[in-house]
Write a new protein. Structure first.
Length: 371
């Protein structure tokens, strides 16, 4: 029993956990655990059995101190649990899921895998420091939003939470329909916690999170709002090459009232239409900056930074300009628009259908612009 108590205390000890996280050699990791658990005869096999047993049991942490070292990375809807990963790296990759995958490669993350029941975490929500996002980014996908969030991630004082699947999965679980604001606030407090001397949080939502914009904006009314869009046929052409999750049929949990029996093109047109309608409704509700993919290319780094209340030095402006030369989703790879255009992918009849159904909504959003 003493070993379990020591283990639970260890999970809240930022100094010792970071030391474990830094270990790359198994022998050194076991030696530290031998010390921390006060278990002189501990060997790897014993440690493995002990941790396997602990990893199978739900753990209710003291959330305020625990969340200094751990962040939730996945939600399992059937069991209503969240799983934890170490939080010692500042997010820097194009998508938060990539940062989480990187953080889970350590020995610490491979051997110690706590999980918690969400019902036990909610009452502790207010013990974790609140985080007010400086900027919320909504988008249609394949329209430059990753370039935007990646630019902000270059700044040392900015934390970017880019497309949190945890937030999306919780908002889309009907079980929590009556507690969406509390759940979203909990996720942002935990995943958006400023652990690495950051001063601002920028959140880029998933494209399908547009249907939950009332929850986001009611929770964070002081956040700046950026909407990024693109010519609908260009969006559809990009998803023709590689479809995003929200453009795949048989995902009824993502979109309400979509016709799963429609042709694939009709289904995708309907998804873009829904996103445009939702974005227009949001635009009616609050002050937004709306930028198209084409406008974004001419939007200067200082203009972009100002949306989150940032002022860039000359060196930072140059860094942001250089970042635009590379593929935002593949770090270090020069940007090359080599994919086929909509005119090459769609027949004249299909192009006519796309433009007839979607161009008026696109132009309506463009006409609003900033204001």
């Amino acid at each position: 029993m003493q070993k379990v108590s020591l283990y639970h205390a260890l999970l809240h000890d930022a100094v010792r956990l970071k030391t474990l996280w830094q270990q790359e050699q198994l022998d050194e990791f076991v030696a530290l655990m031998r010390q921390y658990l006060r278990w002189p005869e501990l060997n790897f096999e014993q440690l493995q059995r002990f941790l396997a047993e602990q990893n199978q049991q739900a753990f209710c942490p003291e959330l305020a101190s625990f969340s200094l070292c751990w962040q939730p990375y996945a939600y399992q809807a059937q069991r209503k649990i969240v799983r934890w990963a170490p939080a010692f790296l500042k997010p820097s990759l194009p998508f938060f899921e990539d940062d989480l995958a990187l953080s889970r490669q350590s020995l610490l993350a491979q051997l110690i895998q706590p999980f918690s029941e969400l019902e036990q975490l909610l009452p502790q929500r207010l013990t974790v420091p609140a985080v007010q996002p400086a900027l919320l980014i909504f988008h249609w996908s394949r329209c430059g939003s990753t370039l935007v969030s990646g630019s902000f991630a270059l700044h040392q004082k900015v934390k970017v939470l880019s497309e949190s699947m945890l937030a999306s999965d919780l908002l889309n679980d009907p079980y929590w329909a009556g507690q969406q604001p509390e759940l979203l606030d909990l996720v942002v407090r935990l995943q958006g916690r400023l652990r690495h001397n950051e001063q601002r949080l920028v959140i880029k939502c998933n494209a399908w999170d547009l249907q939950h914009w009332p929850v986001w904006l009611s929770l964070y009314p002081k956040a700046g709002v950026l909407c990024v869009i693109r010519q609908p046929e260009a969006v559809l052409a990009s998803h023709h090459h590689l479809a995003g999750r929200h453009m795949v049929r048989l995902q009824p949990e993502l979109w309400k009232d979509t016709n799963q029996c429609a042709t694939l093109l009709d289904y995708r047109i309907e998804v873009v239409r829904q996103m445009a309608v939702l974005m227009n409704a949001m635009r009616q509700y609050c002050h937004c900056t709306v930028l198209s993919y084409e406008q974004l290319k001419d939007f200067t780094p200082p203009q972009l930074a100002s949306l989150a209340g940032l002022t860039l030095t000359d060196a930072e402006q140059q860094l942001w300009r250089e970042f635009r030369l590379f593929d935002a989703k593949q770090q270090g790879v020069p940007f090359q628009p080599t994919k086929k255009s909509a005119e090459e992918l769609f027949s004249p009849a299909e192009l006519k259908q796309i433009r007839s159904d979607l161009q008026p909504l696109y132009q309506l959003l463009l006409a609003k612009g900033e204001g």
